[in-house]
Design a binder for this molecule. Structure first.
Ligand SMILES: NC(=O)c1ccc[n+]([C@@H]2O[C@H](COP(=O)([O-])OP(=O)(O)OC[C@H]3O[C@@H](n4cnc5c(N)ncnc54)[C@H](OP(=O)(O)O)[C@@H]3O)[C@@H](O)[C@H]2O)c1
Length: 340
């Protein structure tokens, strides 16, 4: 089968930063399904892994953590899927990625694909919707199904227009929360409002006076999706007593959790890969989340956040998509697809 990978961290403009190569088509065993990949997206984790590669690798590394495709064959323990099923998923950090013709994934991480969206629209969704869902409805312990109970709760989403923020804003809005999102450009401000933000503040300026000027001295929940160190002082100021902060980003330098003690605020990480990385007993909840997301997409309650499509999946287009994500100015998602 064809696959696209890299052996060294070259500037993305370099034609050799991604190379196409051939390797044997895998055979699924156990809970694995083999998927023929139709579309895949690029997330900041892709650029991070590529740019974080220090040594030259002896064999190409295949990355990519979003797929829409069709089930080719299944392992002997598989119960959720059959050959021919259309599926979407993000997959596991420990395994080769989705930038290949066929891809092995554990069925418990996979959902049946929406039927009313294009291939590219579908591939834009899995990783960001899983991250947003787990952050809001697992780590913040909010309930998606209790809009009345959530009414009046205030959520600040730091980075509202990026891939995760565009999903989190929509899901929180559907769940009945009041959402303040951050964005800094006219187009990201407009996008964020269009995806359910009740108010928008500018993350290039101090967030504290801007949120307070909206009439909120503090907020009940903060979802940090850009740079925890950079926004930490604002988070400490803005979180309400007994509030909850969830971050999905790394922390370049240690953060001082003591700053949250007086408010007895909760801090939690979200890592979309935790369940698959540790093969936790609840890893099938990613299947459940994607099934719910599929329903929301097919009924039009949730919108795909696709903004840029490259056709087909090849090294040149993968380089172009990585270059876009590297700008740190993405609005929504960029996808590569073999099917219009
Ligand atoms: N832990 C996990 O499971 C997980 C999962 C997914 C993503 N992540 C991480 O979450 C982060 C966001 O991912 P993403 O895909 O949503 O990102 P993205 O789509 O690349 O985000 C792009 C957006 O970032 C905004 N931005 C730039 N500088 C900012 C700043 N200083 N403060 C706030 N926003 C800023 C830009 O808005 P303007 O143009 O308006 O400035 C732009 O719209 C990345 O670090 C990624 O690695 C983690």
């Amino acid at each position: 089968m064809r696959a696209i990978g890299f052996t060294q961290n070259l500037p993305i403009a370099d034609e050799k930063s991604f190379i196409e190569f051939f390797e044997p088509k895998p055979t699924p065993t156990g809970h694995d399904i083999l998927v023929k990949v139709i579309a895949t997206s690029v997330n900041p984790v892709d650029t991070g892994v590529r740019r974080g590669t220090v040594q030259t690798l002896s064999t190409p590394k295949v990355i990519g953590w979003d797929a829409y495709g069709v089930v080719d064959t299944v392992g002997e323990a598989v119960t959720l899927f059959h050959p021919g099923d259309r599926v979407f998923y993000a997959g596991s950090f420990k395994r080769p990625g989705t930038d290949s013709e066929y891809h092995l994934v554990d069925e418990r991480l996979v959902g049946h694909a929406p039927t009313r969206l294009t291939a590219a629209e579908i591939a834009a969704v899995p990783l960001t919707s899983l991250t947003a869902w787990e952050a809001l409805f697992e780590q913040m312990h909010l309930s998606f199904d209790a809009p009345a109970a959530n009414a009046g709760k205030i959520l600040l989403v730091i980075n509202g227009a990026g891939g995760v923020g565009s999903m989190a804003t929509q899901l929180a809005h559907l769940a009945g929360l009041t959402v303040i999102a951050t964005a800094s450009r006219p187009e990201t401000i407009a996008w964020t409002k269009d995806h359910g933000a009740d108010a928008v503040v500018n993350h290039r300026q101090d967030l504290v006076p801007q949120v307070q000027a909206l009439g909120y001295p503090t907020v009940d929940y903060i979802l940090e999706l850009s740079n925890l160190n950079q926004h930490w002082a604002e988070i400490v100021s803005l979180i309400a007593p007994s509030g909850t902060v969830v971050s999905v980003t790394g922390s370049d330098t240690p953060i001082d959790l003591r700053a949250l003690k007086q408010k007895r605020a909760t801090f939690a990480w979200e890592w979309m890969y935790t369940k698959s990385f540790f093969e936790t007993p609840d890893m099938i909840t990613q299947h459940d989340i994607l099934e719910r997301v599929r329903g929301l997409l097919d009924t039009g309650k949730l919108k795909s956040t696709l903004t840029k499509t490259f056709t087909p999946i090849n090294p040149a287009n993968l380089r172009a998509a990585h270059a876009l994500v590297e700008t740190n100015r993405m609005i929504g998602k960029v996808v590569l697809t073999n099917e219009k």
